[in-house]
Design a protein around this ligand. Structure first.
Ligand SMILES: NC(=O)c1ccc[n+]([C@@H]2O[C@H](COP(=O)([O-])OP(=O)(O)OC[C@H]3O[C@@H](n4cnc5c(N)ncnc54)[C@H](OP(=O)(O)O)[C@@H]3O)[C@@H](O)[C@H]2O)c1
Length: 318
């Protein structure tokens, strides 16, 4: 064990854990051992951790990277908090940080070991809820639009689900890059998405996006299914469909559209550092629809799945 520059915390390490796959009933809040940070890690006292669709997909056994052999596991992939222990790094106890972490650990836990390659300092301009709420969603949007999709200034992009966790980040990033942004959203979210910077917002329940957004360089798809299938028609020949879900290879070939094979967003402190600068300057804003105490994690999942929140749902651990 490395020399640690703070004593082991006395606070109980409450965590959201599953021991087997199933419905909401398998999600429990329990006390687990507090881990020790390895040389390339720090121990973070988590203030806020966000809720993402990957949480219930994992609990249901519908997230292929997490199989039965990985159980029990703690849920959650993004967090914000203060450093409680340092092993061998330049970080200090008390530093405010946020991170998108690997799936080998869970973020919805009072104490989490975070790799120094995953975390960055939290901008003073935002609070713990916004920082935690941003990380997975914004990294997905950034990696999808820019790293996989190569979006550049002047291109035309359609973003599906523009009011959702990933979508509300993607709209702002695409606009910041200088693209012309179309976005789909429900009627009650049209002004919200317009205010994020979308040039054209389409009420997908009352209009066909194909009638409004055409000749696109990119569709950023967060829906899959019929929405993705219809999206190939609005992309110019040689354009690209980037999906956060499975892309339809056969349809892509039929329409002469490029796709990115199934990908999962990856932790990367260098990119998150650029995001932190945008958050600090106000160029990027995180909307947190509602926060829940850790012990109400099942209610948080139900709210996120059933209540059509704008932006993010966040768990509070303090
Ligand atoms: N590959 C990856 O690394 C990765 C990373 C993050 C997320 N994901 C996946 O990406 C998906 C989106 O994640 P998220 O966190 O953004 O979820 P979310 O916060 O639930 O957002 C989904 C949004 O889609 C909207 N929507 C529903 N039906 C729609 C339709 N037919 N057309 C357009 N918009 C529609 C919803 O709004 P209304 O229902 O109010 O209309 C909601 O705003 C999830 O399936 C998630 O698992 C993948």
């Amino acid at each position: 064990m490395p020399d640690l520059d703070s004593t082991t915390p006395a606070t109980a390490n409450r965590a959201v854990r599953i021991t087997h796959f199933g419905g909401p009933e398998v999600i429990e809040v329990t006390t687990i051992d507090t881990p020790y940070p390895a040389a390339d890690e720090v121990l973070v006292r988590v203030h806020s951790a966000s809720v993402n669709p990957v949480d219930w997909k994992t609990a249901e056994g519908k997230y292929p990277p997490v199989g039965e052999d990985a159980l029990p596991i703690v849920l959650g992939r993004d967090l914000a908090g203060t450093i409680a222990q340092v092993a061998d790094s330049d970080w200090s106890v008390g530093d405010r940080v946020f991170a998108f972490i690997g799936q080998d650990r869970g973020a919805q836990s009072v104490f989490v070991c975070v790799k120094t390659s995953e975390l960055v300092a939290m901008p003073d301009a935002i609070d713990f809820d916004a920082a935690a709420g941003s990380a997975l969603a914004v990294m997905t949007a950034w990696q999808g639009l820019f790293d996989h999709g190569g979006l550049t200034a002047g291109q035309r992009v359609l973003i599906h689900g523009g009011a959702g966790g990933v979508g509300h980040m993607a709209v702002q990033l695409a606009r910041w890059k200088g693209a012309t942004v179309f976005a789909t959203a429900s009627g009650h979210d049209l002004d919200f998405v317009r205010n994020l910077g979308a040039d054209t917002v389409i009420d997908y329940k009352n209009a066909r996006f194909e009638d409004i957004a055409t000749d696109l360089d990119m569709v950023f798809d967060t829906q899959g299914g019929e929405t993705q299938a219809r999206s190939f028609r609005v992309i110019r020949e040689g354009g690209i469909l980037v999906s956060t879900l499975d892309p339809d290879t056969a349809k892509a070939a039929e329409h002469k559209v490029r796709i990115v094979p199934r990908w999962h967003a990856e932790p990367d402190a260098a990119t998150l550092g650029q995001v932190a600068d945008l958050l600090a300057s106000g160029a990027l804003k995180v909307t947190v629809a509602k926060t829940f105490p850790l012990e109400q994690v099942r209610a948080a999942h139900a709210f996120a799945q059933d209540e059509h929140p704008r932006g993010k749902v966040v768990l509070r651990l303090v």
